[in-house]
Design a protein around this ligand. Sequence first.
Ligand SMILES: Cc1ncc(COP(=O)(O)O)c(C=O)c1O
Length: 381
Amino acid sequence: MSNAVSTQRSASDVINLALGHPSPELLPLAMVRRAAADRLSSGDRLVLQYGLEEGDHGFRTLLGQFLAREGATATPIAPEELFITAGISGALDLICTAQTQPGDTVAVEDPTYFLAHKIFRDHGLRIGTIPTDDRGAIPDEIAKVLATERPRLLYLIPAYQNPTGTTLIEERRRTIAELCREYGTLLVADEAYHLLGYESPPPPSFGIYAAEAPVMALGSFSKILGPGLRLGWVHAAPEHLRPLITSGLYDSGGGANPFAASVVRSVLELGLLAQHLRTLRANLAGRRDALHAALKDTLGPQCVPNRPDGGYFIWVRAPRAYDADALVAAAARHKVGIMPGSRCSPSGSFSDCLRVSFSYYEPPELRRGVQRLAAALESTG
Ligand SMILES: Cc1ncc(COP(=O)(O)O)c(C=O)c1O
């Protein structure tokens, strides 16, 4: 299964709750049009030039200030600690290129973001798994894996995890950063949803440990502005950024998407993103509540949906195990898409779980989707 949207909504009567895309209604076209007009009217031809490998200095300065204002860090991040990427996917691929050899191990939460483990497999990495609970990855389990498997990378999704929706608590974060320092394992924190806390923000970004431990905090404009921009960042100590900045890819091509970056620079200069984020969070919180209520009311007491404090996903624990292909086929017959839990698990576990997303559809469609899901589950006997 890929992340492409093209065919997934084309049959308009299918409600695809597997989609991890923002709703088209939430993509701020007018705002981007205004920012692009502002940037292009400046007459600066360099927006069409190759970019600086690490990304435009002014853009990184504004981004570091913005992240602090949004509470991700206590103080503005210095531009030297930020590197602009083609989204988190681009960052993950580049980190694998720069930091790993085929046969190395990457330790991941089980379950995890299904397309991240695909990137790791593309690089010939062995996947080690870390058990989690409702407070995120378990430090004692991480310590065991670091000691026995000596992974090159530890990949975590600390805030509103994909797929479980859980957030790693603050005490565990410090312990995990210390463990990574002790074992020399590079911690790659995928913070795709960090700025999408609906009631309150999550603990600060893992980037706050970057000065004392081998930590890279990965952020993205995909979920807060638009995934088509293909723009994100890595926050890390300058010595950890150097291998990425000097990679062959960036040496040859210059910085990631300098044109998109110049438009987003205007979005930040005009102060438009903070207001957009407030609107987005309120809208997504309403969708989360609608999906959560529908799951609770429709699927019955044996199905247990979590209620995430942010992000895109609800993780549902069902009363029994399902064969992933059979479940997807049953759902397709009922014109609903879902992500079977086992597809999110490198070990093939969680066959009694499902991931459903509330980011793409409006509440009435979410409710209709859940009714179809109930019928599909029923039909599997
Ligand atoms: C946890 C996680 N990381 C990364 C991505 C992809 O991010 P980007 O669009 O910045 O490549 C997603 C998208 O669904 C995601 O859920």
